[in-house]
Design a protein around this ligand. Sequence first.
Ligand code: SF4
Length: 378
Amino acid sequence: MDTLAKFKLLGPPTCFEPAEEVGARQPPARQDDDLAGAIHNAVMPGGKRITLLKTMLTSACERDCAYCPFRQGRDFRRATFSPDELARLFVQLHRKGNAEGLFLSSGLAGGGPRIQDRLIATAQILRQRYEFQGYIHLKIMPGAEREQVLAAMRLADRVSVNLEAPNAERLARLAPHKAFAEELLKRLCWIEEIRREMPGRWPSSTTQFVVGAVDESDVELLTTTEYLHRQAGIARAYFSSFSPVTDTPLENQPPSSPLREHRLYQSSFLLRDYDFTVEELPFDPGGNLPLESDPKLAWARRHLAYAPVEVNTAARRDLLRVPGIGPKSVERILRERRRGRLRVLTDLRKLRIVTKRAAPFILLDGRRPAHQLSLWPV
Ligand code: SF4
């Protein structure tokens, strides 16, 4: 099989694996040629947009994860790149201006350490032989050794370990032969240990969960996400709505709602950037977030509707709780407060605050600003 034929088999399947600051199911940058499905628009942590080639090293796999199209024994055409072959292909695309960065994942054939070596070798060829200085995101394989994690971190701008499920019990149903703590979580913790133990410029780390395949609740997903932010220093968690694949044990299970995925992202940002704790999120008795309402708005309706926040004196943390006010607008408010009092909504609009959302929950100079009541949940 030639390289292009392999690429057509190995590139497009990664389009459902979220990467970088754009969520799952992002539209590919190109739709019309051999690269369709494998080149994606991605936003880097600093906000820069790049074209990212997403591909697998191999679609051969010895594991039997219940949701996965690549699971062992499933009948489809598989392909494998050698590190040399993939590095050469990427460099050709890069030189033609088709891809600025690389996201490299893989099936597990011959064990995690063997595949990790091949992922590392690919990145090494790119960095050393081709002197590629651009963005590389490398997957850390289940069971990879600590030295391999370190080697991957020395080559990559981002590394990630897919936890898939929020805990061992859920993972046993989703991926019966993966060990949650020993094979997966430990590697995310090693990444953070290395960053703490060895000062220097290290890659960021992320994880991914499959949402809605094994009855896990939002509180389970977000409890693990909060733990990972605090203990493993992850930059973010990705939530990928379950979508059934034919000829897998979960083929008859309904797909998960993209709106649930969206609420999970909103909530994880509240945990990461807004100083919320999991206990404060507005879960229903079953441990799930209301789909019909933004979680920050739902929290504010319960807590701020009768105790509005005085914008002129509130602490940073309290301002962050107000819908329509984010970390950047809090900084603008704090700066502006040093110059004078904020008295009317126009003062806030000048600071790029979404006053329609904020108005019901604030005081400006001791007064509730006039606002129109919203008829619809947001
Ligand atoms: S190890 Fe990865 S590629 Fe293999 S079946 Fe599981 S999720 Fe799919």
